[in-house]
Design a protein around this ligand. Structure first.
Ligand code: AMP
Ligand code: MG
Length: 352
C-alpha cells in the first residue's frame, strides 16, 4: 500500500467561520469540563471540575456521579460569564475513548443541549482532539504527536488520511504510572506535578546528579512502551532507602527518555519534522526540554500548547467539533452512543 504522506496545512481551517460558538464537553475520565471556540476556532477558557480520589485510583461510577453533580454548575458559570446561548452554533462532546459511565454523562448533557437549542451535535475522538488543538494553537501542520496523559501514552502521526498510532503503552499510561508511584509515597492525585517538583529539587541539590545506583528498566519495547516494570523497580528503590527525590528524578529520566526515543523513531519513519506534545504529562518541564533537545538535533521543531490546553479540557473538544462541522457532517442522535474503546485511527480526517 502506498501511503499518502503529503503535509497538510491547518491554515485553511483558521480562515473559515462557522458563524458562532461551538461548545465542547469533555468527560472521558477524571475531568468534567465545558469549553468553547469562536467561529474561527479561537478557544475561550474552559470551566472544569476534577475528581481527586483521596486514595486508590479513579472509580468510574464515582467519577460519573461527580460529573453529573458538577455539570449544571459548570454550564451555568459558562453561560453567566462567557457564552450567550443564542450564539451557540453546535455542541461537541467526547464520544470516546474513556470510561463508559463518565462518557455517558458528557454525552447526555450534550444531547440535551443540542435538542434544547436545536443545533447540531458533534461526537469527537478525544485523542484526535489533543492533536488538533495543538496543531491549531501551535501553528504546526503535520506533527508527530507524543500524547502523554493519565490513561494514554501514544505516538501518533497522520498517514494516509488517518492519525495512525505508531507506538503506544502496552500496559499503563505514563501519567497513571507517575500517579501510582506518588500514591505509594502518600502523595495525593495527581502525583505527576509533585514527582516533577521533587526531581527538580534533587537536581538543584545535586547539579552533577548521576544515574549510577538509580538505574531502572528501560520502558521501550520495539516501537511500544511499558511502564509497570519501571514503576515496580522505582518502588523497590524507595523501599531500599534511596532518597525519594532521587528516585523521582531517575523515574522521570527513564520514562521520558523512552517516550522521546519512540517519538524520534516515529519522526524518522514517517518523515516528519515537527513534534507536538499533548496530554497532562506534557505540562512537565523536563519532558518538554527532552523533546526540544531531540528535535533540535534533527533540525526539526518541538511544540506544546499552553498547559490549560494540554490537560483534558472542553475547549479542545470544541476545537475538533468545529473542524468536523466545517469539513464533515454532524452526528445523528442515533449514532451518538459513546465508544469506550474508540481508537485514534478509526476517525477519518476530513479536514486540513
Ligand atoms: P490528563 O489525563 O491528560 O488530563 O492528564 C492528567 C495526568 O497528567 C495525571 O496523571 C497527572 O499526574 C499528569 N501531570 C500533570 N502535570 C504533570 C507534570 N507537571 N508532570 C508530570 N505529570 C503531570
Ligand atoms: Mg486526554
Amino acid at each position: 500500500m502506498v501511503l499518502d504522506v503529503r503535509a497538510p496545512s491547518c491554515e485553511a481551517n483558521r480562515s473559515r467561520d462557522v458563524g458562532g460558538i461551538v461548545l465542547g464537553i469533555e468527560s472521558t475520565a477524571h475531568t468534567f469540563s465545558i469549553g468553547w471556540v469562536d467561529g474561527l476556532g479561537v478557544p475561550g477558557q474552559s470551566k472544569s471540575a476534577f475528581v481527586r480520589p483521596v486514595e486508590g485510583g479513579i472509580h468510574p461510577r464515582e467519577a460519573a456521579d461527580h460529573h453529573a453533580e458538577k455539570a449544571g454548575g459548570i454550564l451555568a458559570d459558562l453561560l453567566n460569564e462567557d457564552v450567550d446561548l443564542k450564539d451557540i452554533k453546535a455542541i461537541a462532546f467526547s464520544q470516546g475513548p474513556g470510561l463508559g459511565p463518565c462518557l455517558r454523562i458528557g454525552a447526555s448533557v450534550a444531547r440535551s443541549l443540542a435538542i434544547q437549542l436545536d443545533v447540531p451535535l458533534v461526537g469527537v475522538n478525544h485523542c484526535v482532539a489533543h492533536i488538533e488543538v495543538g496543531r491549531e494553537r501551535c501553528g504546526c501542520d503535520d506533527p508527530v504527536l507524543l500524547y502523554a496523559s493519565g490513561g494514554n501514552t501514544q505516538v501518533i502521526a497522520r498517514l494516509d488520511g488517518r492519525y495512525r498510532v505508531l507506538g503506544e503503552t502496552l500496559d499503563i499510561g505514563i501519567g497513571n504510572m507517575l500517579d501510582k508511584f506518588a500514591r505509594e509515597q502518600g502523595i495525593p492525585f495527581p502525583g505527576g506535578p509533585k514527582v516533577e517538583q521533587l526531581a527538580q529539587e534533587w537536581l538543584a541539590e545535586n547539579p552533577n546528579a548521576s544515574l549510577n545506583g538509580l538505574e531502572l528498566p528501560y520502558a521501550v519495547q520495539g516501537m511500544d512502551l511499558a511502564f509497570s516494570g519501571l514503576l515496580n523497580a522505582a518502588l523497590n528503590l524507595v523501599k531500599k532507602g534511596v532518597p525519594l527525590a532521587a528516585v523521582c528524578w531517575s523515574l522521570q529520566e527513564h520514562a521520558f527518555a523512552a517516550c522521546v526515543e519512540v517519538a524520534e523513531r516515529a519522526m524518522a519513519h514517517a518523515g516528519k519534522q515537527e513534534l507536538l506534545l499533548g496530554g497532562g504529562v506534557a505540562c512537565n518541564e523536563r519532558l518538554r526540554n527532552m523533546c526540544h533537545i531531540m528535535t533540535e538535533s534533527r533540525e526539526g521543531t518541538s511544540h506544546v500548547p499552553v498547559k490549560s490546553l494540554c490537560i483534558d479540557n472542553g475547549s479542545m473538544i470544541a476545537t475538533l467539533g468545529r473542524l468536523q462541522l466545517l469539513w464533515g457532517a454532524p452526528t445523528n442522535l442515533n449514532d451518538s452512543a459513546v465508544r469506550q474503546d474508540l481508537r485514534t485511527d478509526e476517525t477519518p480526517i476530513l479536514w486540513n
